[in-house]
Design a protein around this ligand. Structure first.
Ligand SMILES: [Zn+2]
Length: 439
C-alpha cells in the first residue's frame, strides 16, 4: 500500500476494520438478501464462463488443434470481468438474457447497488488468481482447487459495497448520525453499539473507508467497514516505557500464549483456552440436540438457529481472546520473538487439531505482526527448526523428545524444573540477539 493522504493531510497507513451489528428494517433485510443473491449470481457467472472456456480448450488440446485454431482463452482480470458483466447485464451482448417483455439484460439489475456487481466480479477474479498462482507455485500453502461455485445453501449470505468517493468529497459510505450508517442506494441502516471512535476518526480525516461488507451471521446482519487509518500518535508508538528486553512468545497448548524474556522473567501469560473449551462443549450439545430433531420440523429450525448462535459465540470468543493478547503484547513490549509454526501442517495432525485451533496460533501471529507496525514494536520470527520447547533454558541441553502431555520441562543435566511453555518462551527470547548479530 502506498502513501495515502486524507482530506486533512493525515498520512493513512494502518489497515483497520470496524465491525458493527446492524438493525435493519424488514425492507432493508429483504434488500440485503437480494444483494447477497446478486453477489452470488455474479460470482458464479464469471466462474461458469471461465470453466466452460477452460473445458473447451482442454478438449481442443486433446484433439491436438493448432494454437491458432483454438478458442481464445478468456482474461480473468478484474477489469475485464467488470466490463463483461456490465455489458452482459445491460443487454449489450449476444449472450445477454432476454426478458418476457422483449427487453434485454438482467431484469432486476436496477434494484441492486452497482457496487455489489463490481465487487463480486473482483472477488471472482481474485479467486481465479489464487487458483492459478497456486498452480504456478507462486502462492504458499495447500493446493487451491478451482474456485467453488457459491451456493445458496452452503454459503453465508454476504456482499460488499465500495466507497467510490474521493477523499475530499462527501463519502458514499458514511455515518449519517450516531446510530446510522449510510450505504449507497440502500440508505440509512441502524447500527448497534457505539460509533463514537470511528465517527471521530472520520471527521478528523484519520480514517478512510474503502468498503463495507455486509454478512448475515446467525440471525444478525453485520457490517465490516474496512479502510486505512492514520498512524498512532508518536507517544503511543514510543517504546520507552515498555519491557525493553526481547520477549519470547510461546503459543502454548494449555495457555493461549506465554511471554518471557531472556533472563527468565515471566512477562505475560494469557489463559483463555478453557473458555474456548466450554464454548465448544456447548456447541457440541447444540449439535447433538439438532441431530435428535425431525427433518423439516419447527423444532429443527429452532435447534439449527441455536447451533448457529453457538458457532458464532465460539468464533467471537476466540477472536476476542486473541485480540486481547496481541494488543497487550505489542503495547507493553519493545520487541517480540515468535515461533514460525507450521500451523497448516499442525492442523492436519488430527490429534493436535483441536488444541491448535483453540490456541488460535496462526491468528495470534497475524495480529501481532500487523499491530506491531501500529505500535512500533519489533517482531522477530524464529526459525521453524529452532527447538524452543526441547532446549533447556538453564544449560542449553537438548532433549531428543518431549511429548505434548509433559507439562513441565525437567532437565536431567542441570536439574531445572520449569513450566514447559515458559521454558520455550525464554529460549525464543534468547533467539533475538543471535538473529540480529547475524551468527
Ligand atoms: Zn538444563
Amino acid at each position: 500500500m502506498g502513501t495515502i493522504l486524507s482530506a486533512t493531510g493525515q498520512i493513512l497507513t494502518r489497515a483497520v476494520t470496524f465491525q458493527f451489528t446492524l438493525d435493519p428494517t424488514l425492507d432493508q433485510t429483504a434488500l440485503f438478501l437480494k444483494c447477497a443473491g446478486a453477489r452470488r449470481f455474479t460470482f458464479n457467472h464469471h466462474l461458469g464462463l471461465m470453466k466452460d472456456n477452460l473445458d473447451v480448450r482442454a478438449l481442443e488440446r486433446e484433439a491436438t488443434l493448432e494454437a491458432a485454431d483454438m478458442t481464445p482463452s478468456l482474461s480473468w482480470s478484474a477489469f475485464s470481468f467488470i466490463n463483461e458483466f456490465n455489458a452482459w447485464k445491460s443487454g449489450r451482448l449476444s449472450t445477454s438474457p432476454e426478458n418476457g417483455d422483449g427487453s434485454r439484460g438482467l431484469a432486476w439489475r436496477h434494484e441492486i447497488p452497482e457496487s455489489v456487481f463490481e465487487c463480486a466480479s473482483r472477488d471472482a477474479a481474485q479467486a481465479l488468481k489464487n487458483w492459478s498462482d497456486a498452480r504456478a507455485g507462486i502462492r504458499a500453502g495447500n493446493g487451491v482447487g478451482f474456485p467453488r461455485f457459491s451456493s445458496k445453501v452452503r454459503c453465508t449470505p454476504s456482499f460488499r459495497l465500495r466507497n467510490r468517493a474521493k477523499m475530499t468529497a462527501t463519502q458514499s459510505i458514511r455515518f449519517s448520525d450516531a446510530s446510522h450508517v449510510r450505504l449507497p442506494k440502500i440508505g440509512d441502516v441502524r447500527v448497534h453499539g457505539p460509533t463514537r471512535q470511528i465517527r471521530r476518526m472520520l471527521s478528523l480525516g484519520r480514517f478512510h473507508i474503502y468498503s463495507a461488507t455486509l454478512t448475515l451471521r446467525g440471525e444478525k446482519w453485520t457490517a465490516s467497514l474496512t479502510g486505512v487509518a492514520a498512524q498512532f500518535h508518536p507517544a503511543r508508538r514510543s517504546t520507552k516505557h515498555r519491557h525493553q528486553a526481547p520477549v519470547g512468545i510461546d503459543r502454548g497448548i494449555t495457555s493461549l500464549a506465554v511471554g518471557a524474556d531472556a533472563d527468565g522473567q515471566l512477562v505475560a501469560r494469557f489463559e483463555g483456552v478453557r473458555e474456548l473449551r466450554n464454548a465448544e462443549q456447548r456447541l457440541i450439545m447444540a449439535q447433538k440436540a439438532l441431530a435428535r430433531t425431525t427433518p423439516g420440523s419447527k423444532g429443527r429450525m429452532k435447534a439449527k438457529a441455536r447451533l448457529n448462535k453457538q458457532h458464532r459465540k465460539v468464533a467471537l470468543t476466540r477472536k476476542h481472546l486473541v485480540h486481547q493478547a496481541s494488543s497487550h503484547l505489542v503495547a507493553h513490549c519493545a520487541a517480540l520473538v515468535l515461533e514460525d509454526l507450521n500451523v497448516a501442517g499442525m492442523a492436519r495432525n488430527r490429534r493436535l487439531a483441536k488444541s491448535v485451533h483453540d490456541a488460535a496460533m496462526g491468528e495470534l501471529r497475524c495480529q501481532v505482526e500487523y499491530k506491531a507496525a501500529w505500535y512500533g514494536t519489533e517482531v522477530v520470527i524464529a526459525d521453524r527448526f529452532f527447538a524452543s520447547s526441547k532446549t533447556c533454558s538453564g544449560c542449553g541441553a537438548l532433549k531428543s523428545d518431549l511429548p505434548l502431555s509433559t507439562r513441565t520441562y525437567a532437565c536431567e543435566y542441570c536439574c531445572l524444573e520449569i513450566d514447559r511453555d515458559v521454558n520455550a518462551a525464554i529460549n525464543l527470547a534468547r533467539w533475538a540477539p543471535v538473529a540480529t548479530t547475524g551468527t
